[in-house]
Design a protein around this ligand. Structure first.
Ligand code: HEC
Length: 304
């Protein structure tokens, strides 16, 4: 007791000594903070990594295309630039390509901002992935340049694409290299240019997905209604169905996916016993008598 009093008195007369008492605690806090810092070094370092530039090479969705016939072209003839072809190319270029490649062909159109790789500067002869020849530009338009903002423009009629190639070559490319006749013939053979072709209808992926989803959701709804129906019916076939299924919705989906079984009893049996369990039916299916099979078949024929 006296000892404590002595100490307190000493402290009062010399407040600097307080440090001696709290020092171990300060040391402890500093060490704890240090450990905390070291164990979090990973996070701290990770946060200081500069953000990688966002990938701006987003592809646009497919345009809607009406089904149509592509008229054949004579590549040798059309490979010679004419005033008409160049005018036709200029119009297409201004409406479709200039937003990225620029009115001046230098690749700095308003939509080029942030594109990585940037749109090609047509006045620069270096680094073309295909080539500034007609066949090269045609190939670029047919296939696009994968991994870049340059999508395929294969929905454009071949004559428009050749016209675009002429316009770009005549207007921007310095001394455009000339295609050899064999290069042109190869292009013709590769893309059936002199044969023409039928272009099937094309709708944007998103629209197609929505259609499929709508279609599926109505299918699922009708199947769910059928499940309810089976649950409440006392028909012999309905009772058999309830006893041979592990998942009624899946079982009905199996039957719904291909209903050629309606005309073919053998096929019906095969559909039910093939892949039992994953098709929604269970092993009881192997114990059915022929009467039960008949009842089930007739019932399913009525249900679908
Ligand atoms: C959304 C922007 C964009 C539009 C629109 C666009 N391009 Fe491109 N294009 C690019 C980009 C980006 C590249 C560079 C690709 C690369 O170097 O990987 C490119 C490259 C090219 C090339 C050079 C291919 C090569 O051999 O290296 C040609 C030719 C070309 N585009 C033609 C066209 C034509 C013709 C149109 C219009 C029908 C068009 N582009 C529309 C972005 C675009």
């Amino acid at each position: 007791m006296d000892n404590l009093k002595n100490n307190l008195n000493k402290l009062r007369s010399d407040p600097g000594k307080i440090f001696g008492f709290v020092y171990p605690y300060i040391l402890f806090v500093i060490i704890a903070l240090g450990i905390l810092y070291i164990t979090n070094l990973g996070n701290i370092a990770r946060q200081s990594i500069p953000l990688v530039a966002a990938d701006t090479t987003k592809l646009t969705d497919l345009p809607v295309i009406e089904p149509r016939t592509v008229p054949p072209i004579n590549i040798i003839e059309i490979s010679q630039p004419t005033q008409e072809l160049i005018a036709q190319g200029k119009e297409a270029y201004t409406t479709i390509c200039a937003s990225c490649h620029g009115e001046d062909g230098r690749g700095s159109g308003p939509a080029s901002t942030g594109l990585n790789p940037p749109p090609r500067n047509f006045t620069n002869k270096e680094g073309w992935k295909n080539s500034p020849k007609i066949a090269g530009i045609y190939t670029t338009l047919e296939q696009g340049i994968p991994g870049s903002g340059m999508i395929a423009y294969n929905y454009l009629p071949p004559s428009d694409r050749i016209a675009l190639a002429h316009y770009i070559r005549q207007t921007f490319v310095p001394d455009p290299p000339v295609d050899t006749e064999s290069e042109l013939t190869a292009l013709d053979q590769l893309y059936f240019l002199s044969q023409g072709k039928e272009i099937p209808a094309q709708i944007p992926v998103e629209t197609a997905m929505n259609l499929i989803m709508e279609e599926n959701s109505t299918t699922v709804q009708t199947l769910v209604q059928k499940v309810n129906q089976v649950n409440y019916e006392s028909d012999a076939g309905a009772r058999v169905f309830n006893s041979v299924t592990s998942n009624k919705l899946r079982a009905l989906t199996t039957l719904n996916s291909d209903n050629s079984w309606k005309q073919d009893y053998q096929k019906f049996v095969r559909t039910l016993i093939y892949n039992v369990n994953s098709n929604g039916f269970n092993n009881n299916i192997f114990r059915l008598s022929s009467d039960e099979w008949n009842a089930l078949y007739n019932y399913m024929n009525r249900l679908f």
